[in-house]
Structure formats: structure tokens, C-alpha cells
Design a protein around this ligand. Sequence first.
Ligand SMILES: O=C(O)CCC(=O)C(=O)O
Length: 216
Amino acid sequence: MEGELFPRERTEIAPGAVHVPDWLDRGLQRELLAACRAWARPPAGLRTVHTPGGGVMTARQVCLGLHWYPYGYARTAVDGDGAPVKPMPGRLAELGRAAVADVYGRPPEEEYDIALVNFYEGDSRMGMHRDSDEKSAAPVVSLSLGDSCVFRFGNAASRGRPYRDIELRSGDLFVFGGPSRLAYHGVPKVLPGTGPPELGLTGRLNITLRVGGLLP
Ligand SMILES: O=C(O)CCC(=O)C(=O)O
């Protein structure tokens, strides 16, 4: 959806949590989509994530830099094919740095060393959770490609209200740090068929960049 009457504006959704519409231009979106397709291939490619309580995440995931599993990090795809995780691409570390510099007006102190790529099909969702397995307080950087979604951003105390629902579209950036770094967030709904047709992606990809504070 483009060409609307009022342009979408950069908005602080909660203290330290900022939505920047259309941060990635179409060329960069195409570049990232091609890269995601390569990262999703085995070894240590796209996998279905099972939670210890017996649940299954409907968004499938591939990790770069370090492998996230519920609830920790490893150097190999311990809950997948066991292969070593693919390295963190310098390009993604650069984008993380640029995003933080853009949003907060100063670059991050640490380098982004982990990326989680989540792939959502029409009925995929992600429940409310906190990104709390990292040892660094650096902001989380999230990039969206393909179909739009409803993104729910809440508070650090509970999964419940207060929260705000916003629409994330292809090319949007969302950064959450400072007092919002440990806020609960999730994706209650993907809006199928809303991605830019020229991108050629059915579904939604989210690239979440984090600083682990875990590597020596
Ligand atoms: O898909 C999204 O926008 C959110 C992803 C997310 O919350 C996560 O990977 O922890």
C-alpha cells in the first residue's frame, strides 16, 4: 500500500521504542530477500522451533552469528540439523549500527553479532515474549520484508495491557532499547497479500538483530 493521503511518520511507540516507516528502499529489500533465501538453505537453515512446553512456533526461523533456541544460544543448530550456525554477515551488523545511529542519534557501543530471520506464512503468528537471553542491553533492531503484519508492543512487566498495535510493512524499521529493551512484543496477525508485488515474496520475513554479549 503506497500513495496514501498522509505519509506514515516516524513514531515513538513507547520510551526508547521507535517505528521508522520505509527505512529500507526497494533495492535493499530485494538484496535482503535474496540473502534470506540463501541463509534459509541447509545446513543450519530454516527450521521449525519447538518450545519446552510442547508448543510449536508457527513462524519458522534461521539464525546467523549464534543459534537461538528456547531459551539460550549455541554455536550449532542444536534444535535443528546440528550444523554450525552461519556467520553473522557484516552487512547486517552494519545495518544494525546504522539503524541505532539513525534512531537514537548515536551509534551503538557494541557490534551486532546475532540475527534471527523469522518467516511467516499467512496464518503464522508470534506470541508475546521478551528478548531476554542476551547479556547485552543494546537495542533490538527489527526489519520487515514482504507482507505487512500487526505488531504488538507492550510493557516490561507482563504480556498484557498496556500495549499498542501497529502495522509493520515491507521496508519498515522498529528499534527498541533503553526502558523498552525488555518489553513484551509479538505478532498477532500477518496480512496476506499486502507485500509489494515487485518484491516477489509470498509471506513475511522479519530480520531481528541483537547484540549477544556472549562471545569472548
Ligand atoms: O516478526 C517480528 O516482527 C517480531 C520477531 C520477534 O519478536 C523476535 O524474533 O523475537
